[in-house]
Design a protein around this ligand. Structure first.
Ligand SMILES: *Cc1c(COP(=O)(O)O)cnc(C)c1O
Length: 217
């Protein structure tokens, strides 16, 4: 079995979606996974996604998983179906403005910061609640907030990784109960990468973002 098949089976067993992270990979490498049946691909840089997408099949669902600058929203929005990295009210407002112009409803996850490292992007709890208050009070008709995204620390310590995934799951529950209790679409937890996706699935991930492992020969 290929790594893709193994990861896919684990995801299926947990009813989680597999986002194949194709950053730095060639068109041929992406096509090889496409031919196995992979349809959701994730990129972390706007420019790379814009260059890649036109050379690949139309039925690929592109997710933006990395930091998104406000001034790039307009360019990228027509190409993608989901943004995992909502990190500010300002970005949310720009996404709404541009999505409205396209008459498009975009799925978005709020990225939270739980990892010990300070370099990771993501919202603090305070910033998250401010963003959610704004979202629920405002009229963001073109943004469907479907869940929470987070990353664990880059470490070999599985206990720490598990604890951080548990924190993301708790934040998801808190937001679900406090803001989206009657909104069935708020149901996604995007967590887990090549090194930790099995732990993430055990801790309730519904979307894993796996890159290097899938493309290893
Ligand atoms: C690169 C990346 C991944 C995938 O990482 P791998 O270790 O290659 O699986 C997942 N999420 C984000 C945000 C990334 O930038």
């Amino acid at each position: 079995m290929s790594n893709w098949e193994i990861v896919k089976q684990h995801c299926d067993a947990h009813q989680a979606a597999l986002v194949a992270v194709s950053k730095t990979r060639t068109i041929a490498e992406v096509m090889a996974l496409y031919q196995k049946g992979q349809r959701i691909f994730g990129e972390n840089r706007v420019q790379e996604l814009l260059e890649k997408a036109p050379n690949l099949p139309d039925d690929i669902e592109w997710h933006l998983i990395g930091h998104l600058q406000t001034n790039k929203v307009k360019q990228i929005l027509p190409k993608i179906s989901c943004i995992h990295s909502l990190e500010s009210i300002r970005l949310m407002e720009e996404i709404e403005t541009q999505a409205a112009k396209l008459n498009k409803v975009i799925s978005v996850l709020a990225q939270v910061h739980v990892a010990a490292e300070e370099t990771k992007f993501g919202l603090s709890m305070l910033a998250l609640t401010e963003l959610l208050d704004r979202y629920t009070q405002g009229s963001f008709k073109h943004i469907k907030l479907i869940g929470i995204m987070g990353m664990a620390s880059f470490t070999d310590n599985h206990d720490q990784i598990r604890a951080e995934f548990k924190s993301i799951q708790e934040i998801f529950q808190y937001v679900k109960n406090g803001y989206f209790i009657h909104q069935a679409f708020f149901k996604e937890i995007s967590m887990g990468m090549s090194g930790d996706y099995l732990i993430a699935l055990e801790e309730g991930s519904t979307m894993v973002r796996v890159g290097s492992l899938l493309f290893e020969k």
